[in-house]
Ligand binder design. Sequence first.
Ligand code: AGP
Length: 607
Amino acid sequence: MCGIVGYCGPKNATGILLDGLKRLEYRGYDSAGIAVQNAGRVDVAKRTGKIQDLRSVVPPSFAGNCGIGHTRWATHGGVTDANAHPHSDASGKIAVVHNGIIENYVQLKARLSSEGFVFASETDSEVLAHLIAYHYDGDLEKAVRATLAQVKGTYGIAAMHADEVGRIVGARNGSPLVVGVGDGEMLLASDVTAMIAHTKQVVYMEDGEIVTMTRDGFSITDLKDRKLDKKVDSVTWDLDEIEKEGFACFMEKEIFEQPETIARTLSGRLDPEYATGKLGGLNMTSRELLGVRRIKIVAAGTSWHAGLVGAYLIESLARIPASAELSSELRYRNSVVEQDTLYFAVTQSGETADTLYAMRELKRKGARVLGICNVVGSTIARESDGGVYTHAGPEIAVASTKAFTSQLAVFYSFALLMARMRDMSVSAGARYVKGLQAVPELVRGVLKQRDLIQTIAKKYSRARDFLFLGRGLEYPVALEGALKLKEISYIHAEGYSAGEIKHGPIALINEETPSIFLVPDDSLREKVISNMKEIKARRGPIIAFCCEGDDEVAAIADDTVTLPKTDELFYPFLMVVPLQLFAYFCALELGRDVDQPRNLAKSVTVE
Ligand code: AGP
């Protein structure tokens, strides 16, 4: 979604802002702009389209040392140059960029208009520029503070005034903002990726905080102007992790990273000696974990699919009732919170609004909510009662891949921990640990099938609709496969439990609608084969993902991709990777923008 970057220091701000915005592209956007202080004025350039389009309209005269920039993902008002940020007041001395939604902007706009303020855009954000102007008496921070007191909604903002040279004021409420502390320079961004080229020293802002920065330093206060002491954190990853490193796009790179990322997630989380899981960050004693009677998982999209696998595993291995629910549903449902229920909020970004607000609602009701997050220092990571970082490294492609398998790895470790505290024997635990540790190498083997998967993708990429079918642990994987294909190729795809097709979806089957079947060598294999025959009887083309040597499945399917055999619990890892590749190659074949698919944003920070 929208992104913010700000810079003040000795260098020319323009290039730094444009490069920072380029790094934020992965979040999804439709227009962009920058504002740079320049000899007593603020120069603004903004336009719809990509950052290279913006670059082409920024004149060389944009030469100041302090500026702010923004990528916009339209919510209020269409995709137009006027609606792009930064927004300015009538004098042109103030520039503001804003992420989030100003809920009472209609009332504020009406009041300001009646006092003669003239609006140039249809956005909610523009009211901020005029309100700051209304309150401004020579002190930008004071004017921002007075403005925020009138505003309802969510925001991450950065503002500048032409008369306050070298100063940026930022504020956060419900939309992330990070301060970067450089050597003689300061940065501000909605996301660390925009500043990592300049500094790894960062301060994560909390809701209700205002920052004022100059090249010499920063101060953070709360809305009542009380000074706050903030910790400076170090970012633990490097710039090369957000480079493509020879791959055609980030999604491809991230798919191929999975042997390493899964291994990294598991590293230190398995205890072979006692054949159990080790998850220190849960902040729970063994006795507290033993007291857990139910587990509920909340998440959105791909993270929800990981949660579905997690719930299945926890229930079958640890014999604890477990379920996964969409956070967008839970947050508006008056759900029952019981004393001995443990909750997980699962999220790659740690900023998804639905999941964040669901978590806050649960916590208000007294629930203990643990986070499973990828982005270190993200809001959900900080607000949860404990949890586990997935350590998959920055995921740049909008379509989530490596974060999913790392979320699975966390659930596999947690299910082991809980199972070993209950029914699972040491020997069964030891077999499980061995099987799990072998997963990264098996995934490496699966990735070698890329050429075959590309050939199959080419053959089917013109299909209009797809069904993805699996049962048991493979059912959520089928959902994930369908989501991946939809997201990046724009082909309509539905994931179903293979057992469910006869209850309706089979009506869609004809010669032109391919079904993708996930058929591991597990206890449900025979049942899935029966479902395949039902499709074949109606002349539906079938692509099967099954185990090496499964001639029976290969004989029914039109095309087959074989995978190595493993314990039936671990197939979700092996099944999802070829589905990611299939979606990727279909999208490539159709000439789609794989990393930044239309209409989508990486972290969905609005409702
Ligand atoms: C995944 O490919 C999607 N882009 C999307 O469904 C995503 O998983 C969802 O928005 C949740 O994001 P989160 O994991 O950052 O909370």
